[in-house]
Design a protein around this ligand. Structure first.
Ligand code: 13P
Length: 139
């Protein structure tokens, strides 16, 4: 599975801890991340991660483009609900594309636990079929 890892600054420690806790599962997948988040996770875990621009510089949009191209299967995006982001339109656009294409999106630790465990149990295997056959829910 192609998995995107993204966290706003106040949530980066949470995501690093989360990925560290589930490192054995994440290591089985292809990981992508916005710039600073990816660097932090790589430094903490040594996991191989394709890094894009930092969020405010277009990284959210790059990951959104992969969703639009049916190349992303799950998103862990730990958003900071208490701090205004200069690139809020990009954040909203990314969340919107997850809904357009029915891509599982975890925006907090509670949902993230369910998503990663479900993914490991094979509950997202339908994504392999959707990706291979080019099936998608969007128009
Ligand atoms: O801003 C972000 C997501 O909106 C994350 O970007 P960084 O991982 O580069 O901090």
């Amino acid at each position: 599975m192609n998995i995107a890892l993204i966290a706003h600054d106040q949530k980066k420690n949470d995501l690093v801890q989360f990925v560290t806790a589930y490192q054995a599962i994440f290591a089985k997948h292809t990981l992508h991340a916005t710039g600073t988040t990816g660097l932090r996770i790589h430094e903490a875990t040594g996991l191989s991660i394709t890094r894009y621009q930092s969020g405010p510089l277009g990284g959210d949009q790059e990951i959104g483009a992969l969703i639009a191209k049916n190349q992303m299967d799950a998103i862990f995006f730990f958003r900071d609900p208490l701090t205004a982001q200069p690139h809020e339109p990009d954040v909203s656009a990314l969340v919107r594309l997850c809904d357009v294409y029915s891509i599982p999106l975890a925006t907090n630790m509670g949902t993230a636990e369910l998503l990663i465990r479900g993914l490991d149990e094979g509950l997202l295997d339908w994504r392999n079929i959707a990706r291979e056959k080019g099936v998608r829910n969007g128009k």
